[in-house]
Design a protein around this ligand. Structure first.
Ligand SMILES: NC(=O)c1ccc[n+]([C@@H]2O[C@H](COP(=O)([O-])OP(=O)(O)OC[C@H]3O[C@@H](n4cnc5c(N)ncnc54)[C@H](O)[C@@H]3O)[C@@H](O)[C@H]2O)c1
Length: 315
């Protein structure tokens, strides 16, 4: 796909979506955002030349209207978070599964390509690491079910209607603009806040659980590549660095950045959580030429700096 396309980003006022909007604009594309601001913020798009539409991805009439002239759709709108889905599985189902199907139908009818934000939660708690895209899916939470269902819809639409689709599986994305004010916030967002406010980091379990933390600018760049490059319909591609950082490592990196020991409190494990996550990143390299540019420590430093500016308090 050449430069200068019209893209629609659902969930574009959210954390990853707003960085993706920035990446699209800097590649010369035009961006329309559809977001109901359930968890996103319009201020995330401040200073960006985007056409912002406040609305819900389940609104079919609205979808038909805003899909006009769109070459490609990034579908990121979803209610994220495993614990949120454990508490309210229907809300996750309705936003995420009904949502993806309605957006797919509208994108197909508009002749647009679609890239979907999948999740490493699809792999479940497999002991085999790194996790590669050929492994069977094993969702362990309602949230993971919704993400797998979305992937499968994109694959079926590629097969049945010949629609160009691609799936990127994110692995614990972190960075500026990730919300840290909700019980459903990502762990790095929460721990940065705790570190900056002089509080302890609450670790669920022993802290040896590990994640392939991916800096958001890398995730956004890889997502755009999945749109710009020709990939086989319905292809699933891990987008991550291929590394594994434990929560104890995370706290120790935060302590170094803060220049003092950040405290830890161990609390009970949470249901539906997976122990280890690490991506096999060969397919992203082969199909997209994608490799991360930011190391974990570089990303963490940038992230902490951003939270410091947002929440000025002694580190
Ligand atoms: N952050 C991660 O580490 C991670 C990991 C795996 C997958 N993902 C996926 O990436 C996508 C973006 O996640 P994020 O971390 O930026 O979360 P986010 O909550 O910041 O973004 C989601 C956006 O979707 C919007 N939204 C939700 N329901 C909507 C609806 N019905 N209609 C319109 N807009 C709606 C929200 O307002 C929000 O702006 C999600 O699909 C999520 O499942 C994220």
């Amino acid at each position: 796909m050449s430069e200068g396309k019209q893209f629609l980003i659902t969930g574009g006022a959210g954390f990853i979506g707003s960085h993706l909007a920035q990446a699209c604009l800097s590649h010369g594309h035009r961006v329309r955002v559809l977001d109901n601001l359930a968890t996103g913020l319009e201020s995330n798009l401040e200073g960006m030349d985007v056409d912002f539409v406040q609305g819900d991805v389940r609104d079919e009439a609205l979808l038909t209207r805003i899909m006009q002239g769109v070459d490609g759709v990034f579908h990121l709108a979803a209610l994220p978070s495993v614990p949120r889905s454990v508490k309210d599985p229907y809300a996750s189902h309705d936003n995420n599964i009904t949502g993806v199907l309605k957006v797919l139908i509208a994108a197909r009818d508009a002749g647009a390509k679609m890239v979907f934000a999948g999740s490493s939660s699809a792999y479940g708690d497999t002991e085999v690491l790194p996790k590669n895209e050929d492994m069977p899916v094993r969702p362990l939470s309602p949230y993971a079910v919704t993400k797998v269902a979305g992937e499968q819809y994109l694959q079926v639409f590629a097969r049945v209607y010949g629609m160009p689709t691609a799936i990127v599986r994110y692995f614990n994305v972190f960075g500026p603009r990730q919300r840290n004010d909700s019980p459903y916030s990502g762990v790095i967002a929460k721990f940065c806040r705790a570190a900056l406010e002089g509080e302890v980091c609450k670790i669920e379990g022993d802290g040896l659980q590990s994640r392939d933390f991916t800096y958001v600018a890398d995730a956004a760049r890889g997502t755009l590549l999945a749109m710009e490059k020709e990939v086989p319909g319905g292809e699933v591609i891990n987008l991550a660095g291929g590394n594994r950082i434990s929560l104890l490592d995370l706290v120790s990196s935060l302590s170094k950045l803060c220049g003092r020991e950040v405290g830890i409190q161990h609390v009970a494990d949470r249901p539906g959580d997976v122990k280890h996550s690490q991506a096999d990143v060969n397919k992203a390299l082969r199909l997209l030429g994608f490799e991360t540019e930011y190391s974990f420590d570089e990303g963490l430093e940038k992230t902490l700096e951003w939270y410091k500016k947002e929440h000025p308090a002694p580190c």
